[in-house]
Design a binder for this molecule. Structure first.
Ligand code: NI
Length: 393
């Protein structure tokens, strides 16, 4: 653990909280983070840290250590959500109607900026390069991919990201090796039958029957086709069929999501869905189009990186700060970086009953315990240094 980093971050706590509150008041959603990008640029300029603007939003900054070494990428997401803030009691609540930092990305941005300031002060001690990525559009699972297309991961040896977590007690750190967030895919299915009069079903092919049968049959993919020791979710969240009580529907549109952790399960589900849909259409004399779109990659912590995060956290915050959260079927587009380089993704607890910060992410009452921000900022900086300091890794 680097004491100078710890000391610097503790002196910056008020600035850290202030920056988070400014961002919180001015939320911008995916790929519209123009003011947010400007605010980040302004701070980096004050610190004389070189950076470049990404297209269309986001920033990549770089701190080059005075000694040779590897390159680590630290990532914070910067986007907000189309959610209405219900925290009327906060004087720093969102000033933009129906937009809110309801996932804590304002906190991530402020934490990474604080880590940058601390690391920049000890540049002479850094062996290698720290890249700081302020990534847009995490909430629509497109930002990471867009950043990778623009070269952020080239030459990177290790990646590290943090998410503030309201379900975890404030100040705790969770980073177990193995799966943490699932791969999230999107499914669109269109059945086509033949419409007609409700009283003359023999002259029609009922799209409502095909769609209903499909949703019911789909349930056996998880229960009967995949290894019960491998986790998976198949959910149909939307079904549009028919127009009137006495008309047999010609078309049905279904949309859903598939969540998995491993490639074998993911491939199996994708092929089973196509098989089920085609056979149901065939059975009833209709046709079907299946569009299976792979969205985010799973977040799977590489063992060595995760253990390094745990040891850094134990040293910086005490053994009692460590906790192992179970994996979630939720998604996080950080998985795209992990498909390109080894690394880890940590959760930093921000849940505190007395401060009313245990609301679910994406809820209008969501808020973070700001005492956890310095933990996140320090974890970014200490992990980067610890990783670059290892000669054998
Ligand atoms: Ni989030």
């Amino acid at each position: 653990m680097n004491q100078k980093i710890k000391d610097k971050i503790s002196t910056m706590e008020a600035t850290l909280i202030d920056f988070r509150r400014t961002l919180h008041q001015h939320p911008e959603i995916a790929f519209e983070e123009i003011e947010t990008t400007n605010r980040i640029a302004e701070k980096l300029e004050e610190l004389s840290i070189p950076y470049k603007r990404m297209d269309p939003t986001g920033i990549l900054a770089e701190i080059n250590g005075e000694q040779d070494g590897k390159t680590i990428l630290l990532r914070a997401d910067i986007d907000a959500l189309p959610v209405t803030e219900l925290n009327d009691h906060l004087d720093y609540r969102s000033q933009v109607k129906d937009k809110m930092h309801a996932c804590g990305h304002d906190a991530h941005t402020a934490m990474l900026m604080t880590a940058a300031a601390a690391l920049n002060e000890i540049k002479a001690e850094i062996k290698g390069t720290v890249r700081l990525l302020f990534q847009p559009a995490e909430e629509v699972a497109e930002g990471a991919r867009k950043m990778i297309e623009q070269g952020v991961i080239e030459g990177v040896d290790n990646v590290f990201g943090i998410h503030i977590w309201s379900e975890l007690e404030s100040g705790k750190v969770s980073c177990p090796p193995g799966p943490s967030f699932a791969a999230a895919d999107m499914l669109t299915v269109r059945f086509k039958g033949k419409g007609g009069h409700a009283a003359m079903p023999h002259q029609t092919v009922d799209a409502a029957v095909m769609a209903s049968q499909f949703v019911s049959t789909l349930q056996t993919i998880v229960s009967r086709e995949i290894d019960p020791l491998h986790s998976a979710v198949v959910t149909i969240g939307k079904m549009e069929v028919g127009s009137r009580f006495n008309v047999i529907a010609e078309n049905a549109l279904l949309e859903g999501t598939i969540r998995t952790f491993d490639a074998v399960t993911r491939d199996k589900i994708e092929s089973s869905i196509a098989q089920y849909a085609e056979h149901i259409a065939l059975l009833y004399g209709g046709t079907v189009e299946v569009d299976y779109e792979r969205k985010t990659e799973p977040v799977v912590n590489e063992t060595h990186s995760a253990k390094l995060v745990q040891s850094v956290a134990a040293e910086a915050f005490g053994e009692s700060a460590l906790q192992e959260e179970p994996p979630t079927m939720g998604a996080e587009d950080f998985g795209y970086y992990m498909a390109e380089a080894t690394g880890a993704f940590a959760l930093v607890g921000s849940g505190n009953e007395t401060k009313d910060t245990c609301w679910a992410h994406h809820h209008g009452r969501f808020n973070v315990d700001e005492a956890a921000l310095k933990v996140g900022a320090e974890l970014y900086a200490q992990y980067a240094l610890a990783y670059l300091d290892q000669s054998e890794f």
